[in-house]
Write a protein that binds this ligand. Sequence first.
Ligand code: TXA
Ligand code: MG
Length: 329
Amino acid sequence: MAAPLTTRVLKADAASIAEAARVLAAGGLVAFPTETVYGLGADATNGRAVARLYAAKRRPAFNPLITHAVDLKTAQALARFNAKATRLAKAFWPGPLTLVLPKAAKCRVADLATAGLDTMAVRVPDHNVARDILAAFGKPVVAPSANRSGHVSPTRAEHVLADLAGGIDLIIDGGPTPVGVESTIIACLDEPVLLRPGGLPRGAIEGVLKQKLAYSPSATRPAQGAPLAPGMLAAHYAPRTRLKLNVRHVEPGEALLAFGRKPAVEANGARKILNLSPRGDLIEAAANLFSHLRALDAAGASAIAVMPIPGDGLGEAINDRLARAAAAR
Ligand code: TXA
Ligand code: MG
């Protein structure tokens, strides 16, 4: 892992918000309060920044993240809203509601942030500090709860510091968060489905939609190997082309997903070769993972051969996602 950073804690004011925007623009990690819990923010359009974020949280897997937008109009440039999604957004944004929607064709959010899925989670937070940072930065920000993976979500700057000191650049202290639990997540792909109960009560949502909501907590994470039920969300990126892991040589007509300086594999006759990180950097590899897989999937190869990837640092999450993508077919 990278050398520890000095994590600065600044009280929320005009100067610290401008600094937060500068750190985000430089690819850094900034924790900030939302109305629900503190989020750990990174530039949603910068795959390397998103990879650093997973590393700081020590997530053993790349769970898709929530993109935070300053307003509905900005969100509409990222994701496709159906009529019910628009109604919910107009009723509850800014506020503790996250919508899972199809990614827009021109969505600039990094593939790693959505874990390679064609859907994305988006919300407009209702907190002055979050909104001021989003406005000053001028781009969408991904922000999972600002805790180490497996710990509870932080509702005060001190919680963030206790969990993430040395792993992130900056914490903006805006006092305790008013709601204290994470946002309610609703998938609005066809019929709305409750994925995670949260700060916005289900009844309020049902009142606006004038319908009962189905609750499908496992929709985002079916048991490993379990088939997706109809209407369930795909939980993991799955290429159409067969994936072969830990290969030492490539058959003619296969595509190669390489890693490291001198790919030590026989790759004569490979249809297409992409290297996750020629210099062997796992953060760079994570940032490239899903976009390289997509490009190789489109190459018309008989299989995608994947070189062995080290399991340390972000390598654990990279190998987890590759194993799921290989098992998905
Ligand atoms: O209140 C909140 O939502 C906080 C604040 C910081 O905004 N954020 C938060 O993020 O709770 P996180 O990363 O801890 O939770 C994100 C949840 C995960 O359960 C993830 O599986 C789900 O959102 N999610 C994200 N993208 C998804 C997608 N495309 N389909 C289904 N679920 C998705
Ligand atoms: Mg969380």
